[in-house]
Design a binder for this molecule. Structure first.
Ligand code: SF4
Ligand code: SF4
Length: 490
């Protein structure tokens, strides 16, 4: 029997007795989480409001940029192949910055997990945040745990209909706003809003909005804790980041057991502090009983801590029967020793060093980011042309990336072959000296490099060459390696 099935009675579901046979499939037992108030619930509300505000309003932040560049602070401009994040502009050639950010974020997550356990899962993960929001709506319309359980068991009625329909309409609307906000990160938000009102939206945008609306609706409305338990890989490998001094949600067994309802003064002598009210289970969004020990489903949201603290306050016992603590401290307390807190441990030191190294590397590369980048592509066919006077000519495509917001003019030169004549061909076939590149764009130029018969004879098949583009205004330059070919190697 699964843990979830064990707890299903506390959560309103009906346990199925599968004794004697191995079950490879367990049907989802609906979790009816009860509302709770307390310190960690307040932190969760705060985290939810901050995360949602950042998500929904970020696309509307403006950031003035010169020229025709978009003034949206955070934008992934797919048609122009640019990503903007405030003052940072990332070109497709600089996708390694994104890789760096992802690696940095992953190691930050490992670091935080090793210190504070699954605090990300409990407070900031988008699945948790949206599920919490959906549960809040559900509670607002259908009532708290008992009322929802009663409603689900009731037969169809006007009350049943309007409560269910209103809940699903609200869920779909939240999904729609969530999907809408997502597409704003890929389009200029105010323009897209105008287009939506003018019914002038592309089918791609509509498809994304539909897909994301439905996935939010399904994940936060129905799949909920199943996503954390079965779909999220992080739940599976996060134990590798845990040690005995990682913060977890723990039940103080030595203090709480033997559990039981305290009905008279006598019972206080032989019972522990746990009054077996099951409130810690009823408020759990994952439907687990933390008194059975740390389980993979626990997202460390702290709601059971609030529930138990409220009970302890009522029965006049000290708070903290269920609390954030480390495994080490739970053991120390059980042995009658004082708890200890060790933030600096080999694991946290490694993560700090790694984070510092990656952070400094990324900061350095961002500060020293070149605003000029040159690429050369040698013609594939023909590799070279034998001219009537015996000279050899090679063709290239030169790409100059002007990452500034000003038009630039470049002078191109070549090194590596004696007496090479360089000609830049304009679109109309004429030759040009200065290579002009528009602001924030890539200039493409057709280049011919010619060597006379005498110099070509000195080259043994091919020679390494280097093109240099120099910004005429700033003398800023960039080099690119290529090759000059005089004969085909057999
Ligand atoms: S056991 Fe407690 S901390 Fe863990 S998920 Fe349930 S309510 Fe949250
Ligand atoms: S809320 Fe506290 S007292 Fe009630 S069952 Fe849970 S651990 Fe025991």
């Amino acid at each position: 029997m699964t843990q979830q099935q064990n707890n299903s009675q506390d959560n309103g579901g009906s346990p199925s007795d599968e004794a004697g046979s191995i079950q490879y499939f367990a049907a989802q037992e609906k979790v009816y989480a009860k509302a709770v108030s307390g310190r960690f619930r307040t932190y969760k509300w705060a985290a939810m409001i901050i995360c949602l505000a950042i998500y929904y309003f970020s696309p509307f932040l403006r950031w003035t940029r010169p020229g025709d560049t978009p003034d949206q602070a955070i934008l992934i401009d797919l048609p122009s192949r640019r990503a903007y994040f405030f003052m940072i502009e990332i070109w497709p050639q600089e996708v390694y910055y994104i890789t760096g950010i992802l690696i940095f974020a992953a190691i930050t997550l490992f670091f935080v997990t090793s210190l504070l356990g699954r605090v990300w899962c409990g407070y900031f993960c988008f699945q948790t945040v949206w599920t919490d929001l959906y549960m809040w709506v559900e509670r607002l319309i259908q009532g708290d745990r008992n009322a929802r359980m009663k409603l689900d068991k009731a037969s169809w009625s006007f009350e049943w209909m309007w409560k269910k329909i209103a809940t699903h309409i609200c869920w779909l609307l939240i999904g729609l706003f969530t999907a809408g906000a997502f597409v704003f990160y890929f389009n200029d938000a105010p323009t897209l809003i105008r287009d939506i009102f003018d019914l002038n939206v592309s089918s791609t945008v509509l498809a994304f909005v539909f897909g994301l609306t439905m996935s939010t609706y399904i994940m936060a409305g129905f799949a909920r804790e199943q996503v954390c338990t079965y779909m999220c890989p992080y739940a599976r490998f996060q134990s590798a980041m845990f040690d005995k001094e990682t913060l977890i949600i723990g039940y103080d067994e030595t203090r709480g057991e033997p559990r039981g309802k305290k009905r008279g003064a006598d019972s206080r002598d032989h019972l522990g502090d746990c009054v077996d009210c099951s409130l810690c289970v009823q408020v759990c969004p994952m439907g687990i009983d933390i008194r059975n020990g740390l389980q993979i489903q626990c997202i460390a949201c702290g709601l059971c801590v609030d529930a138990c603290d409220n009970v302890m306050e009522k029965v006049g016992s000290p708070k903290g029967l269920v609390r954030y603590d480390t495994e080490e401290n739970l053991e120390l307390r059980a042995q009658g020793h004082d708890p200890e807190l060790h933030l600096i441990r080999p694991r946290t030191i490694y993560y700090t060093l790694l984070l510092s190294a990656i952070g400094l590397l990324m900061l350095g590369s961002l500060l020293m980011r070149p605003v000029l980048d040159v690429h050369a592509i040698h013609d594939r066919a023909p590799l070279f042309t034998l001219l009537s006077d015996g000279g050899i000519r090679n063709g290239y495509e030169i790409k100059i990336l002007n990452k500034t917001h000003d038009e630039k003019s470049f002078a191109l030169s070549v090194e590596g072959v004696e007496g090479a004549r360089l000609a830049v061909q304009a679109a109309d076939g004429s030759t040009i000296d200065n290579l002009k590149v528009a602001p924030d764009s890539v200039g493409h130029f057709r280049i011919f490099l010619t060597v006379n018969k005498k110099e070509a004879a000195k080259i043994n098949g091919s020679a390494d060459i280097s093109f240099r583009a120099v910004d005429n205004a700033t003398q800023n330059s960039d080099d690119v390696e290529s090759v000059f070919i005089t004969k085909t190697v057999q």
